[in-house]
Design a binder for this molecule. Sequence first.
Ligand SMILES: [Zn+2]
Length: 59
Amino acid sequence: MKIRCPACDKQAEVPDDFRWRPFCSRRCKLADLGAWLDEAYRLSRPLRADDLEDDDLLI
Ligand SMILES: [Zn+2]
């Protein structure tokens, strides 16, 4: 079957039971997972005081 890899945006022809679907390769699968974990980590980071600090609002 034809897939379009969400990680590198390449089209590839892969077997129906291709292990890394919908990615074109293991590398892309892991890259995407890495990006996802990175995102999840960033979103779950505790809010720090200086995230809310905006000097303009205090004038
Ligand atoms: Zn890819």
